[in-house]
Design a protein around this ligand. Structure first.
Ligand SMILES: C[S@@+](CC[C@H](N)C(=O)[O-])C[C@H]1O[C@@H](n2cnc3c(N)ncnc32)[C@H](O)[C@@H]1O
Length: 254
């Protein structure tokens, strides 16, 4: 399914159900980003989290700015025309296809999220320039077979692909081996592909961080694995702001 028809749920009910009375990460993130696609339960839970982590709206905004910068850089400087955006979240102002196709209209983008709320909004993700293409898959990040098979409907896996994992890996518990999940994805793309990660973290020493392990065997682009506020290249965020506890990096598969 590409532009036009709403995406259908294909998981046989295994993925999380829709319940507006239960706080939901995608809708809470939307609230921190200043969006309107959230319910009272999401807003209340988001406010409670803010009491413990008041910088979360800044982190959410910084993650979006990082995504925009990374996609723009990959499209304009590295010739990337295929993007696999996993843990997409609710549509916002500058979605991956907006940024990629502004730079290169022929770009193809596949979005993946396991949340039924994102599915209901996916129509907004499926607009595309006439030259390009977009698609949406409802799937769990851990189910890489479903993701790769679905993405192959429009992506050509013999050509470079940028895999985007923005603020989603922290949802995968260690018991589910997030490193193996990421390795299955990077193994499936050819040399010249890219891995882009923004990841919440509990410490602020990049070299000590376990986040670096996601990039094993890949070449980090400058400035390397850095606290996410250092990626505020667009100048929307004060890079001296403290407590932006997250890392970001772009790496190339050699
Ligand atoms: C914090 S939001 C980030 C959204 C977007 N990437 C951004 O940076 O604005 C995390 C998203 O990942 C999705 N997500 C969480 N765990 C997931 C999983 N195991 N598989 C697929 N999507 C997942 C959530 O539904 C949510 O939409």
């Amino acid at each position: 399914m590409t532009q036009g028809t709403p995406p259908a749920r294909t998981d046989g009910g295994k993925l999380p159900p829709f319940d507006p009375s239960v706080p939901n990460p995608a809708r809470m993130w939307n609230y921190w980003l200043g969006g309107k696609d959230n319910f009272a339960a999401d807003r209340q839970a988001a406010e409670r989290v803010l009491e413990a982590m008041p910088s979360l709206p800044l982190i959410a905004r910084a993650a979006r700015l990082f995504l925009i910068d990374a996609v723009h850089q990959l499209a304009t400087e590295h010739g990337i025309r295929q993007f696999l955006d996993i843990g997409t979240g609710l549509p916002t102002a500058d979605n991956t296809h907006d940024v990629a196709q502004r730079a290169a209209p022929e770009s193809k983008i596949v979005y993946v999220d396991y949340d039924p709320v994102v599915l209901t909004h996916a129509q907004a993700l499926l607009t595309s320039s006439p030259e390009g293409q977009t698609d949406y898959i409802q799937a769990d990040l851990r189910d890489t077979d479903t993701i790769l098979k679905g993405a192959a409907r429009i992506l050509d896996f013999t050509r470079p692909v940028a895999i985007l994992l923005i603020a989603v890996l922290h949802f995968i518990p260690d018991a589910d081996d997030p490193y193996a999940v990421v390795a299955r994805l990077t193994d499936a793309v050819p040399s010249g592909s890219y891995l882009v990660i923004a990841h919440a973290a509990a410490d602020i020493a990049p070299e000590a961080s376990q986040v670096a392990r996601f990039f094993t065997g890949l070449d980090l682009l400058p400035p390397g694995l850095v606290p996410i506020n250092q990626w505020a290249l667009t100048g929307h965020i004060d890079a001296t702001t403290g407590a932006l506890v997250g890392y970001s990096a772009i790496a190339r598969k050699p």
